[in-house]
Design a protein around this ligand. Structure first.
Ligand SMILES: [Zn+2]
Length: 400
């Protein structure tokens, strides 16, 4: 397969590189494929014969050799219709995409299957990520499966069970006094000296490509149709970017017609940079002070390309809203009552749904998909680990 990189801002095209993700104009570089060539083998008919896993879309993933694919069985997660909820809400069709059923218990499995496969194809041995939790445990698992060394940096209030998961998969796991961007700074300060490959959000090309398969899959599961609305919890934003890219590619391939879905970003009050940027109608401004939200995957005060996320929301006719911690709790109980174990991020999409129905933004005739990105059990209280907490790269060097 032929593929290269293309800037989402200025359109400049260049050769595929695994460490370059920013164009000279400041835009984000995403992988672009020769879709004509992809269409020779990727057909709706051929897909019926393929594995029910993410790599069924291999023509749209940036790996040359099949033997480099690192897979734990990610993707093709169930899309479950909530009939009973439809009868209580004024809504005709409501689905939940059950991403918590991925191999590492969250949607992050997809991105890391792609990113670690790319790392393998380029003979990389040491991988590292800063994470609010689920990205860390996903990298730990995929690096373990590939035989790579993983270095994971997490905020010290990261849910304890997820910290344990990282250790369980054999990753070098560190807690940081600060938020996700403080953890990211340790990586940036040490990556050259340590020979780490940084798989942080939009730091390499694979994760957004893996997340893209959520969009491909959703369209296929709905029998090559777009839903009207997608409600998605947003932190770093690679899921929104990836899915939007998936929808464009499916249209270019001629697999699907009709209007794109309206994309909705959900954040928690107290850390809502996307919501603020959409409301202010100004260029995106990260604000890393005064963050008050809970330690979930949505707590990303400074996403690497906020402008791109906001432009996708606008282009799709979508929106962004911030919900409270209490509303997230209510969302968890509501989804639980329908048999769905939801993480705070997944529960937040329910809370967003209720707001949007109340506002009349979601109409009774809309077909809506919620993304349950992880499950409730990962967020149970856990106080067992005894890891030291570090503040910066120099402290890390002393510790190790
Ligand atoms: Zn550019």
């Amino acid at each position: 397969m032929r593929y290269g990189l293309s800037c989402k801002k200025c359109g400049k095209q260049m050769a595929f590189k695994i460490r370059e993700t920013k164009c000279s104009c400041g835009g984000t570089l995403l992988v672009e494929y020769d879709l004509e060539e992809a269409g020779w083998t990727l057909t709706k008919e051929n897909l019926k014969e393929r594995d029910t896993a993410m790599w069924r879309y291999r023509e749209l993933l940036p790996i040359h050799k099949k033997e480099n694919i690192i897979s734990l069985g990610e993707g093709w997660t169930p899309l479950v219709r909530l009939h009973r909820a439809e009868r209580t809400l004024p809504l005709q069709k409501l689905w939940v995409k059950r991403e918590e059923q991925n191999p590492t218990g969250s949607f992050k499995s997809r991105g890391f299957s792609a990113a670690v496969s790319i790392a393998k194809e380029h003979n990389i041995q040491k991988v590292t990520v800063n994470s609010n939790g689920n990205a860390g445990s996903a990298l730990a698992a995929y690096a373990g499966h590939a035989g790579m060394e993983a270095f994971i940096f997490l905020p010290q209030d990261c849910p304890g069970i997820i910290v344990e998961e990282c250790k369980h998969y054999g990753a070098h796991t560190f807690l940081v006094d600060g938020l996700i961007h403080d953890a990211g700074k340790i990586i940036v300060d040490g990556e050259k000296e340590q020979g780490w490959y940084n798989v942080g959000t939009l730091k390499e090309p694979g994760r957004v490509e893996g997340k893209k398969t959520m969009g491909l899959e959703l369209a296929e599961q709905l029998n090559w149709k777009f839903p009207d609305v997608i409600i998605y919890p947003t932190g770093g934003g690679s899921g929104i970017i990836g899915m939007w890219n998936a929808f464009q590619q499916l249209k270019q391939l001629g697999f699907i017609h009709g209007d794109f879905p309206r994309m909705v970003s959900i954040q928690e009050k107290g850390c809502q940079p996307i919501v603020n940027a959409l409301e202010s109608k100004e260029a995106f401004k990260p604000r890393t002070h005064g963050v008050r939200s809970s330690p979930t995957g949505m707590r990303v005060p400074s996403p690497p390309d906020g402008d791109l996320i906001v432009s996708i929301l606008r282009q799709s006719g979508g929106t962004a809203i911030a919900v409270t911690k209490d509303e997230i709790q209510q969302g968890k109980a509501a989804l639980g009552s329908y048999g769905i174990s939801s993480s705070p991020e997944g529960a937040a999409t329910w809370a967003g749904l209720i707001h949007l129905i109340d506002q009349g933004w979601i109409r009774p005739t809309d077909e809506v998909v919620l993304f349950n990105t992880s499950h409730a059990l990962k967020y149970l209280p856990w106080n067992q680990h005894h890891l030291p907490v570090i503040r910066d790269y120099q402290e890390w060097v002393k510790l190790t």
